[in-house]
Design a protein around this ligand. Structure first.
Ligand code: ZN
Length: 192
């Protein structure tokens, strides 16, 4: 934990980190790795996710490779402010599904001395910036873009192509519904 002298009182210094990328890029694994490392250093860690994400487990953030960490599902980003008591680090998974207040909530948390680590999809299945993520990318001190492997050609992939025709934006995905694609292959299959 970085400490900063302000006048004669010592204050904790907070900041915002974003880990973003397509589906199957290892965002959640990277979030869990950072959070477990903080826990190992005896820091108090809290993890939140949108209550909408009920894919695997009500209480755990679980990655595709099966690593997990206990988390609290919340209906809106405002709940994170209410529940973040005396913590050093806050993790937020599937951040793209949160409301537009999330960037402001994260700034308040960071300003109060908390390290905030956000994981989320940066683009939806059509290739458009997703929910509050673009705003968070500009407000964060640190941004990490992780990549999947293109299912068609093996290059690095940044798009989450939806193979089914369902047009609903919030469709939580598994390997049967989505495939990571590179720019060239995404443009080919979507006729962009
Ligand atoms: Zn490709």
């Amino acid at each position: 934990m970085f400490l900063e002298q302000k006048g004669n009182k010592t204050q904790k210094k907070g900041w915002i980190e974003v880990v973003c990328g397509s589906m199957f890029s290892g965002k959640t694994e990277e979030l869990i790795r950072r959070l477990k490392r903080a826990e190992f250093a005896q820091q108090k860690v809290e993890i939140f996710k949108p209550a909408i994400d009920i894919r695997y487990d009500d209480e755990n953030v679980v990655s595709h490779v099966g690593t997990s960490i206990r988390s609290t599902p919340v209906p809106s980003s405002g709940n994170i402010l209410l529940l973040a008591n005396a913590v050093d680090v806050i993790g937020i998974d599937e951040a793209q599904f949160f409301d537009d207040e999330l960037p402001e909530v994260c700034e308040k948390l960071a300003n109060s001395g908390i390290r905030v680590i956000i994981a989320g999809l940066d683009m939806d299945f059509t290739g458009k910036p997703f929910g509050p993520i673009p705003d968070l990318l500009s407000k964060a001190e640190f941004v990490t873009k992780v990549h999947a492997i293109c299912m068609h050609c093996g290059d690095l992939a940044q798009y989450s192509h939806r193979k089914t025709k369902n047009e609903e934006l919030v469709l939580l995905g598994e390997i049967e519904e989505y495939e990571p694609l590179c720019r060239k292959c995404f443009n080919l299959v979507t006729n962009r």
